[in-house]
Unconditional design. Sequence first.
Length: 106
Amino acid sequence: MKNILYILLFITLTTTSFAGNADKEKVSHKTVAGRITDANGEAIPGAKILVPETGETFFADMDGNFKLIVKMDKDYSVTINTIGYAPLELKASRLTAFSDLSLKSL
C-alpha cells in the first residue's frame, strides 16, 4: 500500500511540473487591422481571411475592415479571398499594425 502511495505522489508531482513548464512558454501574438479593397479603392465586404496553418478564419465587415490576431511562434501564411477576385496570399510578417490590402478582380 505504501508503494502505491509513493507511485501516485510521483505521478502527481511529475504531471504538475510539466504543466508548470507549459505556462512559461507563452507565445506572443501580433494584432493586425486593416481594410480590404478592390483596385478602385472600394471596400470588399465579407472577404475571407484565413490562416491555413491554424485554421483560423476571419471576415471583413461591411466596410471591408478586418482585425486578426496571429501567433508569432512562426511566420504563418495569410490568404484573403472572395468571389470574383484573385486570392491574395502573403506571410503574416508582411502585415503591419494597419494594412490596406487590395484584391484584383478576375
